[in-house]
Every structure is written in C-alpha cells, then in structure tokens.
Design a protein around this ligand. Sequence first.
Ligand SMILES: *[C@@H]1O[C@H](CO)[C@@H](O)[C@H](O)[C@H]1NC(C)=O
Ligand SMILES: *[C@@H]1O[C@H](CO)[C@@H](O)[C@H](O)[C@H]1NC(C)=O
Length: 219
Amino acid sequence: MCVLFFFFFLTRGLMPRTLDSQITLEKTPSYFVTREAPHRISSMSHDTKLIVVVRNPVTRAISDYTQTLSKKPDIPTFEELAFRNRSLGLVDTSWNAIRIGMYILHLENWLQYFRLSQMHFVSGERLITDPAGEMGRVQDFLGLKRIITDKHFYFNRTKGFPCLKKPESSSQPRCLGKSKGRTHVQIEQEVIEQLQEFYRPFNIKFYETVGQDFRWDSM
Ligand SMILES: *[C@@H]1O[C@H](CO)[C@@H](O)[C@H](O)[C@H]1NC(C)=O
Ligand SMILES: *[C@@H]1O[C@H](CO)[C@@H](O)[C@H](O)[C@H]1NC(C)=O
C-alpha cells in the first residue's frame, strides 16, 4: 500500500504545477507500515493528506514475492515463507510480504495521529478496471477539478492494463501495471484459500473502519 505509480504520473505534467510541492511521493509500501511514520509526519504537518493504494493482500503478497524472487532467485518458496506451520494454517505474520497486507493494523497506527477524513484509499483493482473513475475520486479528495478523465486513458490489450495517452514530454506510455513479461509464480489454490481465510477478519475490520468494501472477500 503506497502512493506508488499513481503519483508517479500525477506529478509528470498532468497536474497543475503547484501541486507538485505538496505531494510526497512514496513508491514503496514500506513507509506506510513503518511504526514511527505517522508520528513523524504528523509532527511536520497536521493537514497532510494521505492517499493509499490497496489491493487484495493475497495478490499483493504473491506479487511482492515474485518481485523479490526476480532479484534473489535463491530464496525459499512462497509457501515456506508464508507459513510457520502450513498444516496448522499458521501464517508467518513476521514476514513483510504478509504483514504489509494486514492493512487495518497499519491504519490503526495512522489513526492515532490523523483523521480518517485526511485519508483516501484507492482500490488497486478498480484502478485497472475503471482508472478514470478512481482518478476522479482522488481528484475530488484533493479538491481538484476532474482534469484526468476517460479520454486520458486507453486500454492496452497486450499488456492487459490501462495506459495513459502519451504525454508529449515522454516517449514511453505509462501504464497502470507491469507488462506481462514477468513470470508469475504458480501458487497452489489451496495456499491462496488459506491466506484469504487468514486475511478475512483483517479485511473486514479494514472495510468497516474505512467505510468502503474493497470486495477482496467476494472474489
Ligand atoms: C506442524 O504441526 C504439526 C501438528 O502439531 C506437527 O506435527 C508438525 O511437526 C509441525 N510442523 C512443523 C514444520 O513445525
Ligand atoms: C501495448 O503494450 C505492448 C507490450 O508492452 C507494446 O509493445 C505496445 O506498443 C503497446 N501498445 C500501445 C498502443 O501502447
């Protein structure tokens, strides 16, 4: 969960210049899950707005692992890292790939210093299926006119992701997702179900707190 690619292109010419200075770019989720971060940020500025992209924590964990695996091919299997004891269904919550997806725990930490109204949660899934709609809500949250709309996106079928129509300045189109080049690790369906089960109570508490159902439990 992070501000990720999202802000990456927001700051590249589509947003009014003045906005740049107000946006902090955090491309990795690590900052959101750092215990000291909320206190540190709140002591700098009380009216910070936080935008957090969240997606199904199981998909997130697998994608996280896939990314690590591409850099360190020698790491243990996903299953070995995810469980302390798989037959008992004991998930290893000390593994970062698992822990980051326990969104409610991180949110509770932030809520000690920030109001919920200062936060906006973007559904990573809807960002792919309805990028203009998600972007519209972000712009509303930031109190901006809806500058980014449907006409700024096209769907690249090869990639399987929506992409921004090419800004004049940039030669590479920016897409909301990596191309399919990266091989995904095959994870047993049973492991996925065990993890869905593990995350369910955390997800439900998260939906209740945020007031938004991200539908990860009905997929
Ligand atoms: C997992 O738990 C079962 C049942 O308690 C036990 O028999 C087994 O040895 C445990 N496996 C590991 C790897 O700790
Ligand atoms: C769509 O993505 C593919 C694969 O990355 C790329 O080769 C192609 O140029 C893209 N098409 C458009 C219209 O952006």
